[in-house]
Design a protein. Structure first.
Length: 66
């Protein structure tokens, strides 16, 4: 589950937002496999596309670019 480290950190802090952080840096830092493509995880077009661990936690991932 790709988002478990972020959810754990949020649950154990007083913050309501995790990040912003580079998704590639995040998966590398936690030794996660987010292949084959990053957009599958961070470009969510519908609730059905949201990672199950986020949906279960009532959380959402937002893609922010510049």
């Amino acid at each position: 589950m790709v988002f478990e480290p972020a959810l754990w950190e949020l649950a154990n802090s007083e913050r309501s937002v995790f990040g912003p952080t580079s998704f590639r840096d995040y998966v590398a830092r936690h030794g996660l496999d987010a292949s084959p493509r990053t957009p599958r995880y961070v470009s969510v077009d519908s609730l059905d596309d949201l990672a199950p661990e986020l949906r279960d936690a009532g959380a959402m991932v937002l893609r922010v670019g510049w």
